[in-house]
Every structure is written in C-alpha cells, then in structure tokens.
Design a protein around this ligand. Structure first.
Ligand code: GRF
Length: 217
C-alpha cells in the first residue's frame, strides 16, 4: 500500500524581479509534489516580494544576509531552498545546514561565465564577447563558492547572429522559466536526495512545461 505524502516545502530566495519565482508559483500552485511555502529576500522592495504576496506566500526580508542563523531561521521548515535571482553569498554555516538541499539558477552554461560578480547583463556580455555559439541556463547545488557547486541540469540556448546582451538574456530567461520548475519537480519527486544528483531534461518535458503554463494562463 502506498500513502500519499505531503508536498515538499520549498523556500525561494530572491532579490530581483522574481520571474523565476513566478514560474515556480505557476508550476506548483495546485501541485501535490511541491509547495512554495516562503519567499526570502535580501532586499526590501524586490519585485519578487510582490509576486509572493499576490500568491499568498509568506515573505521575509533579511536584516543581515551574512547572518547564517537569521537565514536558516527564515528558511524555516523548507526541505528545499531555491536561489532565484538571489545575489548574496550564502554564509557557509547555512550552506552546511542545507547541504544538497540548496540550489541556484544561473543564466549561462556553467562552469563558464560564472563566479563572483557574474550576474545579470555582465553574464550575457561575456558570452557574446567570447564568441561562444551556445549559452543557456544551469541549475546547480550551492556550495561555499559562487556558481561552483555540482551541476544538476542545463539547457542550451543558441547564440544568434546580431544578439545583444538583452536579446540573449530574454531567450535564456525563457529557458530558465522552464528548466527550474522541471528540476524542482524532479528533486521533489525523488524526495530531495541527500546526495548530489543529475536531472536529465528531455525536449518533450521542456516543451511540455510551456504548454502546461500556456493552458494555465
Ligand atoms: C535570472 O537570470 C537568474 O538566472 C539569475 O538572476 C535572474 C533573476 O531573474 N540568478 P528573476 O528575478 O527571476 O526575474
């Protein structure tokens, strides 16, 4: 006999517009697998906070993002914590507490184009000036170094002739909105494994995630 288990409680850490948070809220609104239970921001006034409030999800604004105890308290009973546009370094004690339960989305194909200071427009500028033909989105575990933890899943986004940092950013962001919910869904389905795993994302899952979101719109 199998018993239905409760959805995995997920916290999302933010600091920006929160479009990835929105993708998660849309994907897990009525899900039995995972539920967004709180949104933690390093910055008051982040657009993401408004999205959380609209969805009825409790929010916390950190007083001091370097304070591991405050951060761990803010994450509460979350089994999985997702950095989605969170730019602060997670203090090592909080990383240790959430080992293999703390993930980040990055707008390029790590290990390239990551590290301290590589966020937002700078990432896409670096990709374009390197003449790379493919960029993409990466979901990886957070460890003590910026953008260095084991990679869970990636999705490629070809660079197009005439791309600007903005046009590339837009297509990568679309990929992020599909990839992140798929990874969270798969980790939740596996009960948030206590060791690093890889998630292989198929084109059909990737395309299907958009179709599902269009149907919901
Ligand atoms: C995304 O590009 C994400 O990869 C990066 O920060 C951006 C956040 O955008 N870490 P949003 O706040 O989710 O709209």
């Amino acid at each position: 006999m199998t018993t239905a288990s409760a959805p995995v409680p997920v916290a999302v850490l933010v600091a920006g517009a929160g479009t990835n948070l929105q993708a998660l809220l849309d994907a897990f609104g009525g899900s039995t697998l995972a539920r967004i239970v709180r949104v933690v921001s390093s910055r008051d006034g982040a657009g993401a906070l408004e999205r959380a409030r609209r969805a009825g999800v409790p929010t916390v604004v950190l007083r001091n993002p370097d304070d591991a105890d405050e951060l761990v308290r803010a994450l509460g009973d979350a089994r999985l914590a997702v950095l989605a546009g969170y730019l602060k370094r997670v203090p090592p004690a909080a990383v240790a507490r959430f080992r293999w339960r703390l993930i980040n989305i990055h707008p390029a194909l790590l290990p390239d184009f990551g590290g301290r200071g590589m966020y937002g427009r700078r990432v896409h500028e670096a990709v374009l000036s390197s003449r790379a033909r493919v960029s993409g989105a990466t979901v990886h575990y957070v460890d003590e170094e910026f953008d260095r933890g084991p990679i869970i899943a990636q999705w490629p986004v070809p660079v197009q002739a005439g791309d600007t940092p903005e046009s590339l950013a837009e297509r990568v962001l679309e990929a992020e909105h599909r990839l992140l919910p798929l990874v969270v869904q798969e980790l939740a389905r596996r009960g948030v494994p206590q060791e690093p795993v890889k998630v292989s994302v198929q084109q059909t899952d990737f395309d299907g995630s958009t179709e599902r979101r269009k149907e919901d719109a």
